[in-house]
Design a protein around this ligand. Structure first.
Ligand code: HEC
Ligand code: HEC
Length: 365
């Protein structure tokens, strides 16, 4: 028999050995799953451009942006494995789909609307012509679901099993980071970098100096028409350096025969308010010469057609914006050469620097 004392000694020894046995087998603390190592992206804002609101839960990092660039151009994310965001948002055409009134999505069906340019998209607070998404992240989910028809389970698995991608996700977001949420976040980070260079003629000649007479002579004349009550363009397109007020207007593109029923009710489909019918988000005019066709329905092929429309064929309807009437007149009294001048002014917004910047191009080419 053991004495009480011996039992105590046995128990103490056993527990020490036990602890000794248990300790080495204890796993080291798991790494915190945050992009602690990721490098913050330092962005040089173009002259006079406003600050961009970056969501607190998706700070921009070099690694996140690079991952986002790969995902933006990766066709394996699409249902038909041949399309990516870049198929419709082509960098060489201001991230729009030049020449296509509407584009085929990954289900082989035409998009409802013309593909808009993605330049300066990070500045917006409503996305799509009807403003149905309030954040860039939300709009990316909309695009993956309704343009690419992304199968999330398959795609997350594919990205997890691809060592190149798994590595990129870890560098950007930490461990176990291949998730739908992070795919969307990385794409949003990349899209937020697609910002004007600040080197187009309107920037170097006008926004830096505030002296429009430094623009080429035709554009300077066009500037006066654009920014005055002659044409009223500035009310919606020139309230800030981004050339869009980010609001919804009916600029008279659609003919409803005087009724509230338009073929595309735009903002009205989201708010269900009849007086919002046919209102579309004002698009940016930056790089406008590079992004035909124009309007939500791609109905105009050239800037000349657009200017002729504003001058001669705006449709009267119950939701038409008051700024489409010029001293009560729905027609603009513009001569041919004044129309050319307006176009020359629009062409000063062409930003070849952003178009040619390799950092926005597909990494797969
Ligand atoms: C098949 C062509 C097509 C593909 C592919 C596509 N888009 Fe688009 N995109 C469009 C069209 C068309 C719209 C306008 C839709 C609307 O307003 O209802 C749009 C609008 C957007 C907008 C809103 C822009 C704004 O100014 O309001 C964002 C952001 C966007 N797309 C991002 C993406 C991303 C990210 C991908 C890839 C996941 C993608 N798109 C894939 C055609 C496409
Ligand atoms: C009441 C606000 C408003 C006024 C004033 C206005 N626009 Fe617009 N503009 C818009 C809206 C909204 C759209 C998009 C309409 C659509 O897609 O159906 C647009 C579209 C455009 C487009 C095509 C953009 C694209 O990417 O497809 C051009 C170019 C343009 N406007 C130039 C002008 C010019 C030039 C004037 C003056 C003659 C002018 N706008 C006056 C609101 C306005």
């Amino acid at each position: 028999m053991f004495s009480k004392k011996e039992i105590y000694i046995f128990l103490i020894t056993a527990s020490i050995i036990g602890v000794g046995l248990v300790l080495p087998s204890c796993k080291p603390e798991p790494k915190p799953c945050e992009s602690i190592g990721a490098t913050p992206y330092v962005w040089e804002k173009p002259f006079r451009f406003p600050d961009m609101n970056i969501p607190a839960d998706n700070p921009m990092t070099i690694e996140g942006i690079e991952l986002g660039r790969f995902l933006f151009y990766d066709s394996t994310l699409s249902k038909n494995s041949v399309q990516s965001c870049g198929t419709c948002h082509k960098p060489e055409f201001g991230f729009s789909d030049i020449g296509n009134v509407k584009s085929f999505n990954a289900n082989g069906i035409l998009t409802k609307r013309n593909t808009p340019a993605l330049l300066n998209a990070g500045y917006q607070n409503k996305y799509f012509f009807d403003g149905r998404s309030a954040t860039l992240e939300e709009s990316i989910i909309d695009a993956t679901d309704h343009e690419l028809f992304t199968d999330w389970t398959n795609n997350v698995n594919y990205l997890k099993n691809d060592t190149f991608y798994a590595n990129m996700f870890e560098k950007a977001f930490g461990c176990d980071a291949v998730t739908k949420e992070n795919i969307v976040k990385a794409m949003a980070q990349f899209i937020r970098t697609i910002v004007s260079s600040g080197n187009s003629e309107i920037d170097t000649k006008f926004f830096r100096t505030n002296n429009y007479t430094l623009l080429n002579p035709a554009a300077a004349r066009g500037f006066q028409i654009f920014t005055s009550e002659r044409s009223d363009c500035f009310h919606c397109h020139f309230t800030n350096i981004l050339t869009t007020d980010n609001l919804f207007h009916n600029n008279g593109v659609q003919n409803s025969g005087g009724t509230f029923n338009f073929s595309d009710n735009g903002r009205g489909t989201i708010t269900a308010v009849q007086t919002d019918n046919a209102k579309m988000k004002t698009p940016t005019l930056r790089n406008i010469a590079l992004t035909p066709p124009y309007m939500h329905n791609g109905q105009f092929n050239t800037l000349r057609e657009v200017v002729d429309f504003y001058a001669d064929s705006v449709h009267l309807s119950p939701t038409l914006d008051a700024n489409m009437l010029h001293s009560g007149n729905i027609r603009l009294n513009l001569t041919n050469s004044e129309r050319d001048d307006l176009i020359a002014f629009l062409e000063t917004m062409t930003d070849t620097f952003v178009i040619n910047n390799p950092k926005y191009r597909s990494p797969f080419k």
